[in-house]
Design a protein around this ligand. Structure first.
Ligand SMILES: Cc1ncc(COP(=O)(O)O)c(C=O)c1O
Length: 413
């Protein structure tokens, strides 16, 4: 059994009981299943096998070095979103030719870095950015490969905070302006347009918008080819969602069945940038009950040792995560708000949950927390970043030690 499964009464990760891991490493603690990461990566790779493709795992979902290295060992390439992520990708062993660099506000220093390394493609967000890449590339006599990030004005039907493909969103170049911008860029010595890119949002569980975005890219590539551009690849971004509540959602095979017939018409190779779909179900946040107190008749607050500093998704996106006791008890079910220890009323991991009446010290797992969890953790209230462990071959190892106050204060005078 791989992933997070209950063996008898105890929740385990790849058959290693989570209470054993928490007893040894403390809480709050992120636990990841290497087998789940591998299975979910391979499912995407197999689903797109009918078309030349490259999976560039989106490091923004989880960029802990060991996770990046695991993805690289599986054959993945990388999608990075900052100079820091370029550096992490290189230290994880990705070569520049395996990296695409996306990001809405790349600084001159970040661009210069990416140009000097010679990444596979910089996904450009504006005409101004093309000018900056051209100028920087000419200074070092380079010709930098770019892909135009297209804003196709497609509603991804996801939470507005993670919707990126509407013309009201800050991302990409409006699709109608792309042909003119490409004509201008073709005359530049410092850039070569090799691709078109669209990423319309994250946690997408309705495949129709992804199909519409793919259609828009294919039509645009056809127009550009007719006017002499040598586009080599279509980058369809990430975005495929996961089930946070246990209800069925489309999987990688459904996704491929929807977009591949459209993409194949282009005759171009495909770049994918999945993050959440690979990592989310592969991680859980372990947290212990600190206090239990009655809110009003029959309703309880369960105060955990993890909150928005460890997992901000419920506060940021109103995101739902399943929260389960690691060791099942026979206590009667009670209505609870599962809250964190921070001085913020929004510091709530889950509202109105029916849980066996919790007791201080009990261990809980917040499931499907592998993506956009630890990467978004903060030191608010002077809380230390949690440790992370990877379970592999029936054993676990610490892949990020718990931060100490000395680590934090080392930056201060
Ligand atoms: C450009 C780009 N590519 C890929 C991703 C990864 O998306 P997801 O984790 O939904 O697959 C994101 C995340 O928002 C992104 O902005």
């Amino acid at each position: 059994m791989t992933g997070f499964q209950r063996a008898a009464t105890v929740l385990a990760c790849d058959e290693v009981p989570l209470d054993r891991i928490a007893a040894a490493e403390g809480t709050p603690l992120y636990v990841y299943s290497a087998a789940t990461i591998a299975a979910r990566y391979r499912a995407i790779d197999e689903a797109f096998a009918g078309c030349p493709h490259a999976i560039h795992y989106a490091l923004k979902a989880n960029s802990t070095l060991a996770i990046a290295r695991l993805l690289r060992a599986l054959g993945s390439f990388a999608d990075v979103n900052s100079g820091g992520e370029i550096e992490v990708a290189m230290r994880a062993g990705f070569t520049p030719a395996q990296i695409v660099f996306t990001g809405v506000g790349k600084t001159p220093a970040e661009l210069a870095h990416a140009i000097a390394f010679g990444v596979r493609s910089i996904n450009v967000e504006s005409p101004g950015e093309i000018d900056r890449i051209d100028a920087l590339s000419r200074q070092c006599r380079a010709r930098t490969k770019i892909a135009i990030r297209v804003n196709p004005d497609v509603d991804a039907k996801t939470h507005p905070h993670i919707s990126t493909g509407l013309k009201t969103n800050k991302f990409g170049i409006p699709i109608a302006e792309v042909p003119d911008i490409c004509r201008r860029a073709q005359a530049m010595d410092g850039v070569r347009i090799v691709g078109l890119h669209a990423h319309i949002g994250s946690q997408i569980t309705d495949l129709a918008p992804l199909e519409r975005a793919a259609r828009a890219l294919v039509a645009l590539a056809r127009d550009l080819r007719d006017s002499g551009s040598a586009i080599e690849h279509l980058d369809i971004g990430g975005g495929l969602g996961v089930s946070y509540d246990g209800k069925p959602v489309p999987d990688a095979a459904d996704y491929a069945r929807t977009v591949l017939p459209v993409l194949r018409e282009s005759g171009l190779s495909i770049v994918l940038e999945p993050g959440r779909h690979i990592l989310a179900p592969a991680g859980a946040l372990l947290t212990r009950v600190v206090d239990v107190k009655e809110a009003d008749a029959g309703r309880w607050f369960v105060v955990m040792d993890a909150g928005m500093t460890e997992l901000i998704r419920p506060m940021l996106y109103n995101a739902f995560h399943r929260i389960e006791p690691v060791v099942k008890t026979d206590a009667p079910l009670v209505s609870t708000d599962v809250v964190g220890p921070l001085c913020e009323s929004s510091d709530t991991l889950g509202k109105d949950r029916m849980l066996p009446k919790p007791e201080p010290g009990e261990l809980y797992a917040v499931l499907d927390a592998g993506a956009y969890g630890s990467v978004m953790a903060s030191n608010y209230n002077r809380r230390m970043l949690p440790a992370e462990v990877l379970v592999e071959d029936n054993a676990w190892r610490v892949i990020r030690r718990r931060q100490t106050l000395d680590d934090v204060l080392a930056l201060e005078s």
